[in-house]
Design a protein around this ligand. Sequence first.
Ligand code: 5AD
Ligand code: SF4
Length: 483
Amino acid sequence: MQALELDMTAIDLTKEAPVKEPERQYYFMAKARNYVKELSEKIGRPLTFCVTTFGCQMNARDSEKLCGILEEIGYQEETEEENADFVIYNTCTVRENANMRVYGRLGQLGRIKKLHPHMMIGLCGCMMQEPHVVEKLKTSYRFVDLIFGTHNIYKFAELIVSRFESERMVIDIWKDTDKIVEDLPVERKYAFKSGVNIMFGCNNFCSYCIVPYVRGRERSRNPKDIVREIERLVADGVVEVMLLGQNVNSYGKTLEEPLSFAKLLREIEKIEGLKRIRFMTSHPKDLSDELIEVMKDSKKICRHLHLPVQSGSSQILKKMNRRYTKEQYLALAEKIKKAMPDISLTTDIIVGFPGETEEDFQETLDVVRKVRYDSAFTFIYSKRTGTPAAVMENQVPSDVIKDRFDRLLKEVQEISAQVCSVHTGTIQEVLVEGVSEHEPSLVTGRLSNNLLVHFAGGQELIGKIVQVKLNECKGFYYIGQQV
Ligand code: 5AD
Ligand code: SF4
């Protein structure tokens, strides 16, 4: 599923590598291809890879880029990690437990590598941007072959060549970048839908969050590049795109010719053949009236808005550096619902931020009850070294957090089951995503508002938009029938 056609045989490897991107990377892809071919001839079978993604949709998209490059240079995908010749972990560090999982799996992988002499192990993503992580890997995980960060994944082919040529651990981490390299191969997970980066990095510095430190300063892609990428995707069978950015509502502010996110959406809406547009994530402080207007008028923008609240207490929001109050958030949610009564609102909530009292927590519950979210991702506050919150006083004891977390989850789930069931009996457009994992006679599709529905159907429906009657709500999904 690659929209980009590259002719590797036309590249002259007797010359020096070009300086300009992406040509430089095409050169290294051609070079890596030769190394891969040589090794696979030596061992008498194709070489394989397995990429494991931790964390968010941004990482999932980055992994598709890694897979695109790996396939371009001659590796074949292998689903079982222990059988793969090249294992890559694309890591996340937003919460501590994501890091622990990586170390745990890496330990196991080290044991497997001893029995599998050709195995290469690559680590990339947000965790690698933390100097203490790289130090730990250098001392305690010597068997890792390649370490790179979030800013230079476009250089993956070049780094693979370095590894083939040096036989040593290759480490390349950049602190930040203002560079965006276009036109590299991508191997999509789904034929009919795709993530599309519209911006990278984050400038918000919410006090609990490590993202601005590991993903760097905010930079937006050129609108022409975005539109061209989506046009190519559509020509390749994609009907739904998910526009990705840490804070899509501030899209375009850093461009030479600034363009609002709402105006970008209008441009994307014009692309013929594209049926659905989603985006993630919206910061409440930057959500404009213009965006609400554009969403309301649009036939393609899905009726779903992910609007992380993080806390319902204005006092805590201030300490989080979110730059809105409880009242402002509630007024915004109200305005959005008034403009689009059928919109689904979802959110992220952190429990146990330093200094959070029972009263603060009650404010969060109050927001949950007032907004009535379709669903909410709830997180236990995780202390991230280097963030302002990590050194704040009054860190909340874990038993208190656990108790609040359980109460919040119960509330969120009860409300969400009620909110989700209001569509029972209606007929809605559904994009069919695949055969149901639990029942092969059913397919699973997604409504515009992001809810899932299972109904009788076969493989041939995948990627199609069909009309489905929603017969029964099962809490977080529906059972329906095609009409
Ligand atoms: N602890 C807990 N949750 C966090 N998030 C970000 N940083 C932290 C942290 N230190 C959550 C926020 C964000 C989501 C992607 O992850 O809710 O919206
Ligand atoms: Fe983190 Fe806040 Fe940026 Fe989101 S907006 S990535 S929570 S700093």
